[in-house]
Design a protein around this ligand. Structure first.
Ligand code: 5GP
Length: 185
């Protein structure tokens, strides 16, 4: 297959398409086992988690349902303040439901802590977090990640749903951008 044109902006690849698929498979199997007999609601945190989300739900063998939430954190795209604004709320009530929040990456953990607390207040039956990427070096709050895919160093990554300035979401691998891409701004 022809190489993606956007790869020219990538300095190095951290995880290939195959490595990501393996990690998603592992999470899906674990969730399928843990939620046997239940019908969990998978919540996609837009937009970054969208690619992971669609791959993950198709590998989970459960009568699940899906919903979407869009949030914006105040501050620049590379810094999180922890204050989160809900741009699009869930369509359905989650009261009494077993909820799985699906997120692309946990960085400081502040965004997810906020979302988790918001959903707990809505009287869910249970709540867990599935995150494809974990950047533990940057954590600012204690947050349990129930289903974790891949660990990454303290670098800004793009691809597989993750963007820089709304671009690179459609790369199948995850990588670090060349510094020249930032410096051109
Ligand atoms: P946290 O509140 O955990 O610091 O922030 C999580 C959010 O910050 C993610 O959902 C993502 O939107 C963004 N983020 C954190 N690290 C990265 C990164 O390396 N690359 C990209 N594209 N976004 C990131």
């Amino acid at each position: 297959m022809k190489q993606h044109t956007l790869l020219k902006d990538i300095e190095h690849i951290l995880y290939s398409e195959e490595a990501i698929a393996e990690a998603v498979d592992k999470i899906a199997k674990q969730i399928t086992e843990d939620y046997r007999g239940k019908s969990p609601v998978f919540i996609c945190i837009l937009k970054g988690a969208s690619v992971f989300f669609t791959d993950l739900i198709r590998k989970v063998d459960l009568p699940l349902s899906i919903d979407f939430m869009a949030i914006s954190s105040y501050g620049s795209s590379t810094k999180t303040s922890g204050v989160v604004r809900i741009l699009k709320d869930l369509d359905e009530s989650v009261e009494g439901k077993d909820v799985i929040i699906v997120e692309d990456i946990i960085d400081t953990g502040l965004t997810l802590s906020y979302i988790k607390n918001t959903l707990i207040q809505r009287k869910v039956n249970s709540i867990s977090i599935a995150a494809l990427l974990d950047k533990p070096e940057r954590r600012k709050t204690e947050l349990e990640i129930d289903y974790k895919g891949l660990v990454i160093p303290n670098e800004f990554v793009v691809g597989y749903g993750l963007d820089y300035d709304e671009k690179y979401r459609n790369l199948s691998s995850i990588g670090v951008l060349k510094p020249s891409i930032y410096m051109d701004e």
